[in-house]
Design a protein around this ligand. Structure first.
Ligand code: URA
Length: 210
């Protein structure tokens, strides 16, 4: 496994992901599972956050107690499917700042084109976590990560539900400094850019569209 990739193989994560993959899982169940799994993935992606201590007083005595260092985290959702991961993570990290990046694929060049971008300030002083459930070709992930870097972000992590080897390789080539956390690394992409075996179109499944 590439060293910049963490596959979270916790039984709860793997079990929930299997339920999400099943084609007959309802939109309501898919959404609920995504919320639950995003809490568990958020726990992993924040494992290496910088820590400091602060002086507090317990009912018994003063102590130097551990606390997360620096400014509030920045969560950056790649529209639209990233929003499904965002909801659960915000339950765990309610004070996080939130940004959105919208990209569509130009039909002629197949390259991602930005149509929306709203990012938190002081990204150079925050840990940024980019969220998108499916790391497929890596085109939009790499482009969104480049946008963040242009905006000053230095400490960036990428969180997804499923990754394809092609997307992981693309991110590694373009952004070797960005660690990736995923619930599973699947086999490959098909000719339409879908992850195989995958779970289909994550946006359609979480929002009930087709
Ligand atoms: N986006 C999806 O929603 N699913 C895939 O399999 C690949 C990209």
């Amino acid at each position: 496994m590439p060293d910049h990739l963490t596959v979270v193989s916790h039984p709860l994560v793997s079990h929930k992901l299997t339920l999400m993959r099943e084609k007959d899982t309802s939109t309501a169940s898919f959404r609920q599972l995504l919320r639950e799994i995003s809490l568990l993935l958020a726990y992993e992606v924040t494992r290496e956050l910088p820590m400091t201590t602060k002086q507090i007083e317990t009912p018994l005595q003063p102590m130097d107690a551990p606390t997360i260092d620096g400014k509030k985290l920045a969560l950056i959702s790649i529209l639209r499917a990233g929003n499904g991961l965002l909801d659960g993570i915000l339950e765990l990290i309610p004070a996080a700042r939130v940004g959105f990046v919208g990209l569509y694929r130009d039909p002629a060049t197949l390259q991602p084109v930005q149509y929306y971008c709203k990012l938190p300030d002081h990204l150079d002083e925050r840990v940024s976590i980019v969220v998108d459930p499916m790391l497929a070709t890596g085109n939009s992930s790499a482009a969104a990560t480049s946008l963040l870097k242009q905006a000053g972000a230095k400490d960036i992590r990428f969180l997804c539900l499923l990754a394809a080897p092609e997307g992981v390789a693309r991110m590694k080539a373009e952004h070797p400094d960005v660690p990736i956390v995923t619930a599973a690394l699947d086999s490959h992409l098909n000719d339409h850019g879908y992850i195989v075996p995958g779970l289909g179109d994550a946006g359609d499944r979480m929002f009930g569209t087709k």
